[in-house]
Design a protein around this ligand. Structure first.
Ligand code: ADP
Ligand code: MG
Length: 248
């Protein structure tokens, strides 16, 4: 199961009118690896994430998930096929507890079987999936806290727990460290390191310390286009990347 491409995007392009927000981008996501996408605001990073998750259909190009062509499928089907994503804006229901939020996210993945016995089994499985997600995200101790009262960093952890509750193989994370202080950011880096073993991860992030600590490969986007892709060392040494982005 190791060393396996779980998601492959081939030459995807997204045009909004005359603007190519994502222009002929290809990316492979491997189980056990973190692939970071960096670039200035407006580079097309979030649009790329939306293409991979099915939230937006690509204008051209194709996307394979675990060897199956999912191009143009809706986000629910892509989610059921094993892709989980977090959003730049949070999806948390603030009046509910941490547990209730994760339980609801786990429920969204559950089937609705006909027999009482199967429903009981599904109920237990959903609880177990939610509990595992909460634990993995490091929030077990905050289970009964009202989501609106926990810290910003914990809310971002909760969002990851909600994504994990759908039992994804591929994780798309759009700026998981946004707005975090140093201690919170370090905790999130530790969490992403733990998640890496079991998942293929696409990480869109502006925090370069975190990116270079976590990424196995990097793609640098500017104006919708990939200007460089490679290992962290190669990207750090790339003069074009320095000029276009890192040197800012
Ligand atoms: P990033 O996440 O790298 O900051 P985005 O993917 O959000 O960049 O945006 C890339 C470009 O596409 C920007 O110029 C943005 O204004 C444009 N864009 C994004 N979404 C839409 C949309 N739904 N309609 C029109 N233009 C959009
Ligand atoms: Mg963005």
């Amino acid at each position: 199961m190791a060393d396996e491409v779980l998601l492959a995007a081939r030459n995807v392009t997204k045009r909004f009118g005359g603007l190519a927000a994502v222009n002929d981008v290809s990316v492979d996501l491997w189980r056990g690896r973190i692939h970071a996408v960096i670039g200035p605001n407006g580079a097309g990073k979030s649009t790329l994430t939306n293409l991979l998750s099915g939230d937006l259909p690509p204008t051209t190009g194709s996307i394979e998930l675990a060897g199956v062509d999912v191009t143009g499928r809706n986000p629910e089907r892509i989610s059921r096929a094993g892709l989980g994503r977090s959003y730049q804006k949070t999806n948390i229901f603030l009046p509910f507890t941490v547990w209730e939020n994760v339980r609801l996210a786990a429920q969204s993945r559950a089937q609705h079987p006909a027999s009482v016995l199967r429903r009981a089994t599904a109920f237990t499985e959903t609880n177990e999936r939610a509990a595992r997600a909460l634990d993995l995200a490091g929030l077990a101790a905050r289970r009964d806290a009202i989501a609106g009262t926990i810290s910003h960093g914990e809310q971002r952890q909760l969002e990851i727990a909600m994504t994990l509750a759908t039992a994804p193989h591929v994780l798309l994370l759009d700026e998981p460290l946004a707005g975090m202080g140093t201690a919170e950011a370090e905790r999130m880096v530790g969490l992403l390191q733990r998640l890496k073993a079991e998942h293929a991860i696409l990480l869109v992030e502006h925090d370069m310390d975190a990116v270079f600590a976590l990424a196995d490969r990097l793609t640098v986007m500017v104006n919708g286009q990939v200007i460089a892709t490679g290992t962290p060392d190669a990207i750090r040494a790339d003069a074009g990347v320095q000029a276009a982005y890192l040197g800012e």
